[in-house]
Design a protein around this ligand. Sequence first.
Ligand code: NAI
Length: 455
Amino acid sequence: MADRYLSFTATAPGRFLTARLGLPQPAALSRWTPERPSLDGHLLHLTAGGPSGLDLAPVLARTGLPTATEAAGATTGSTTGSATGSTAGSTGPAAVVLDATGVRDVDALAEVHAALHPVVRSVAASGRVVVLGAPLDARDHHQAAVQQALEGFVRSLGKEIGRGRTVNLVRLTDASAAESTLRFLLSPRSAYVSGQVIGVAAEEPDRPADWDLPLTGRTALVTGAARGIGEAVAQTLARYGAHVVVLDVPQAAEDAHRVAARLGGSALTLDITAADAGERIAAELPDGLDILIHNAGITRDRRLVNMPAERWSSVLDVNLASVLRTTDALLAKGALRTGGRIVATASIAGLAGNAGQTNYGASKAGVAGLVRSLAPRALAEHGVTVNAVAPGFIETRMTAAVPLFIREAGRRMNSLAQGGLPVDVAETTAWLAHPASGSVNGQVVRVCGQSLLGA
Ligand code: NAI
């Protein structure tokens, strides 16, 4: 179902009318295309809280944004600023990276304000603000207070910045371990990811030979890939070089085969709730697999008072029990190769709760619990990371079936004032599945345009 309001506000009369009425004015988001693979403009690199221990400059230079030829004097107060990019000054930056890892007290926190206050207005439409923070120090409550303060700061700025611009926080101790994460956040591929806090460990990254085709030689299995978000995930992973196995129920066999043929992959028709689903996947892929995407999911909405046990159990079975079962079976068989990636699909309904979705919300919160508990063990014992994406309102057949008023509310009630596209979830999944993302583990990353639900 096309977002007619978004199209209307892109016209001159639409802009005029909605501005006069004080209605939301969503900006058309710039997404990745082969012709426009990176942001359009330069990157401004600022520091708050004193010199950082991070060796950021070489990593930022590899993001694809133009390299500095001169310093940009975006410094205020005690904040030190330097810019990488063609900072000729006519247009504002396409991205700002503020290194705030050295902020340890409230006075230093003022440098965050001093650094961004003068430049935030000039950040280009669909631009990026990425704040870098340090892990919270359990032995220093002043450091922990101000580092946690960065979360409230980032989420608030995300809500006010507008014009399709996003604001995210990355907690890290090592810049090179965060390269895949920074490349993702500082690109058009993260168009619908805002207000997120992402933890990056100090793992040595497995750098691909070709950053445009990082999944070359890898096999990815995507459940529920005959249509919707799963199809977009399969397509995106194939675009990055993976051999994709498109798994879906036997009733969707025709679509599954069509998608697989288009992507040069293979199809596997299987109900993921089958008790032996893990064994059948392992038998289908005797050489193992590298990437396992748990995307298949269903809704059977009713308020709890009206919900029969069957509606409860079918949702819990597809969305959670089968994810647990197949993950356990494939890990136990050693079917996931070292360097493997598991990405499960949660939902903001699981994080925030949603009326009529006690079954769905429980199943998706369960996915988040699975990820947080299993991630450290899966990495230690199998060399496999486990993360989740938590989509918000994404334009698919699932959301096209939502009644008009609720659909409109879902679309507008986020910082970007529009629904996301399946490709937004797919690109986020591809970043988590990236060989250089071994440092990102146990994270639940929302792809929701910073939805007001549970924000
Ligand atoms: P969809 O309904 O368009 O596609 C789901 C696919 O999963 C279908 O091809 C279906 O046949 C398959 N599937 C269902 N049960 C299966 C089973 N037992 N075994 C194998 N395949 C099965 O759904 P959509 O919108 O693409 O959602 C994909 C995932 O994203 C789901 O986990 C959903 O809960 C989640 N999600 C979607 C949101 C949205 O706004 N569309 C929001 C938040 C989460």
